[in-house]
Design a protein around this ligand. Sequence first.
Ligand code: B12
Length: 245
Amino acid sequence: MIVRPYGDTTGDGMVQLSFTLPVPHDKKAEGAALQLAAKMGLDPAMVVHARGMGDGYTFFVVYGRVHHLVDMSQVVVAERDYPLLGAKEINSAVKSRLRRKLSVVGACIGTDAHTVGIDAILNVKGIAGEKGLEYYREFKVVNLGAQVHVPELVERARAERADAVLVSQVVTQRDAHLHNTREMSAAFREAFPAGRRPLLVVGGPRFDELATGELGVDRIFGRGTTPREVASYLVDALTQRRMAA
Ligand code: B12
């Protein structure tokens, strides 16, 4: 199936784009925004919102037509390849398959202090009407919080006999999330023999969920992840690991 964007009428190709230019807000700034939009393939394009933001910056919203098509058969995404279980099923699967509590250690690493995402996954209060992993009777959760150094994370994972290490990276400036994740996965590979290493799981709103191989982790979770998805994944992945051992 071939699709194109929809603004006013089906298939009209209309999209909305927002960006900031480092120029004060005046007529010329709006002209610059239109030139940029044209170079990006929006034709025709109009500035529908422009507002000065501090000294010498302007924020724009541009509305215009693109002529690109998307072939849905060529779209590749990370599909969920494990069953989504309920809390009861998750607890009983851990009990019967692991025969001990499933130990999880979580943290924000590097300089990242955005703990809301990892807290949403780990803390009882959870997110989107779902309780976090602490709520699951058969999980043992240690949440180390913000700005944790990788060596400290490795040590704590060892001390807790972690089955899985859950790392959050929200800040992506200068690809910090990628550098930090690679550093973390390399440290775990060095510290644990193959097969004894905890599952490495990272999450954050701007990760490419297909980049697991490149980053050396077992799973990546993106925007809108819920705790039940993570718990279901962990049970499935650890079961498969046990069966393969
Ligand atoms: C709240 C917030 C803060 C708070 C953080 C408080 C806290 N304790 O977390 C404070 C005020 C401290 C803060 C500071 C900064 N912030 Co801030 N912040 C935000 C904000 C508004 C919301 C983030 C949030 O809480 N989202 C809600 C949670 C639930 O969503 P989430 O993180 O995506 O998590 C979900 C998924 O991604 C996933 N997930 C996330 N982690 C994990 C981990 C695992 C293991 C799994 C499975 C899943 C998972 O599951 C979660 C639930 O669905 C965003 C903008 C925005 N609207 O997103 C900016 C934002 C993230 N901040 C930003 C910036 C730049 C900063 C500062 C550098 C600002 C400054 N100059 O000082 C500092 C950096 C501080 C630091 N050292 O990290 C930028 C980052 C830009 C970039 N490209 O990296 C953003 C995008 C704002 C912006 N547009 O500029 N910030």
